[in-house]
Structure formats: C-alpha cells, structure tokens
Design a protein around this ligand. Structure first.
Ligand code: 5RP
Length: 253
C-alpha cells in the first residue's frame, strides 16, 4: 500500500508481545544505523525519538560515531542530547542537515505525517525541512489511512494574541469536516495554556470527517493571520521505519 521499496529487517521476527516502548526502541535503533561519522543530525522530540538520541549518545561514547553535530528540535531534546555529550548546534550555524530522525503521531500511506502532539512542530518542521534524509520512526499504531483519521488532535501553533479569534477561524475553515478546536492546556499547571518552546499556544483540531485535499487544507491554515505553523508534514519524510510484533519494516519514498 505504501509507496516505494519495502523490506522487512531486524530482528526477524522479534519475540512476540513486545511493549509499545520496545517497538519504538526497535524503530529508533534501526534508524540510527543510517547515521555515520561527520554527519549533521536533526534530533527529534518525543518518546520514540528519545531512544534514537540515547543510541546516538551511546555510539558516540563507544567511539563508533565521531565528529557528529546534533541539531535538537526542542529544548527537551537539547537537554537530553547535552547530558549525553552530543555536540550541539543550530540551523543558523549548520543550515545543511544530513539526516533527521523523529517520531510521528500519524503516518498515511504516502508518508504524509501529523506531528506535534508533543508540541514541538515548528522547530521540527524547520529542521526536518532542511535535511537531505528525513527518517520517521513509529510503532505500527501510528499508521492511518487518512491524516486526522485517528480521532486524535491535529495541532496548530498560533500566537497567543486573541487566540480565541484564531481558534474560531480555524474551526470555521473545516466546518464541513465536523471540526472542533480546543486550546491545549496543562492539567499539571491548573489548566494553564500549554506554551511551546517559542512562547506560542497550540490549538488542537479534531475532525469527524476526512480532510480531503491535504495541500489545500495546509495552505488554508497557513493563510490565517495568527497561525505560526501546523502539524501536517506533507511530502517531507523520505523513509519510514515501522516496528510491529512481526518485525521492523523500512519503506523509502
Ligand atoms: C513532538 C512530535 C512527536 O514526534 C510525536 O508526537 C510522536 O511522539 P511519540 O514518539 O512520543 O509518540 O511530533 O512534537
């Protein structure tokens, strides 16, 4: 169903009943096999990408990777990578990124993604849009037929100024898809708005129906003043690594 080549790889097959976290780790470790010495590497954010960053740190410590530079996609990943001794930089100093490895919330059959349920979509999109090879790592629960089809949130980063106005405009944009729009909040901070690393808010969009033309939806969202970025990553991923109970699969676009 997916475009491009498909080859089952490591391990074949894994022992049954792996946890979701085991699967995330398998996908992450497979992706790190594509990382070599002297590379500039986009370091993703989230529980799957965390395993990849740990693995890169481990290979560096063992001397199996040398002279790499990591470009973290969030403050959290920066902290993790820094604590592992990974040399870090940013796009200003290193605009040409060789490879990026990151998780996703949804992946459709054409390798279009929803990302940003961890709230780091803007930096992720900037860094992953600047790399030659963008490897997405997921466990099989992230595969969907249509983006927005999981019933979970599609995040949109917006400026805090008059956020209710922007949220309502977003909802109206997709009223034919049964859209609802909610401000993301932090239950652990008495329901205060969630703040991105850039000091912005996130509006979670939920759809009852398929979004249809994704490019048109993307363009329409980005045309709204107040919107900074959205979590649809269209035509960006070059490789998908999926881990399931039957093994790890690599698909290239
Ligand atoms: C963060 C992201 C994450 O990659 C995405 O939410 C997947 O996270 P996880 O690997 O924890 O399931 O886009 O902004």
């Amino acid at each position: 169903k997916l475009m491009g080549s498909s080859s089952p790889v490591f391990p074949s097959p894994p022992s049954a009943n792996l946890t979701q976290d085991d699967l995330k780790k398998l996908a992450a470790y497979k992706a790190v096999e594509y990382v070599g010495s002297n590379m500039v590497i986009g370091l993703g954010t989230g529980s799957t990408a965390k395993h990849a960053v740990d693995r890169i740190g481990e290979l560096l410590r063992q001397g199996k990777l040398k002279n790499i530079i990591g470009i973290p996609t969030s403050k959290k990943t920066h902290e993790q990578a820094f604590s592992l001794g990974i040399p870090l930089s940013d796009l200003d100093s290193n605009p040409a990124v060789d490879i990026a490895i990151d998780g996703a919330d949804e992946v459709d059959p054409y390798l279009n993604l929803v990302k940003g349920r961890g709230g780091s979509l803007l930096r992720e999109k900037m860094i992953e849009g600047a790399c030659k090879k963008f490897i997405v790592i997921v466990d099989e629960s992230k595969l969907v037929e249509h983006l927005g089809g999981s019933g979970l949130a599609m995040p949109v980063e917006i400026v805090p100024f008059c956020w209710k106005f922007t949220a309502e405009r977003l909802r109206k944009l997709f009223k034919d898809s049964g859209c609802s729009a909610e401000l993301r909040t932090c239950p652990e901070k008495n329901g205060e708005p969630f703040l991105t690393d850039n000091g912005n808010y996130i509006i979670n969009l939920y759809f009852k129906k398929d979004l249809g033309d994704l490019k048109a939806a993307s363009d329409a969202i980005l045309r709204l003043p107040g919107v900074v970025e959205h979590g649809m990553f269209l035509d960006m991923a070059t490789t998908l690594i999926t881990a399931g109970q039957l093994g790890v699969t690599v698909k290239n676009k």
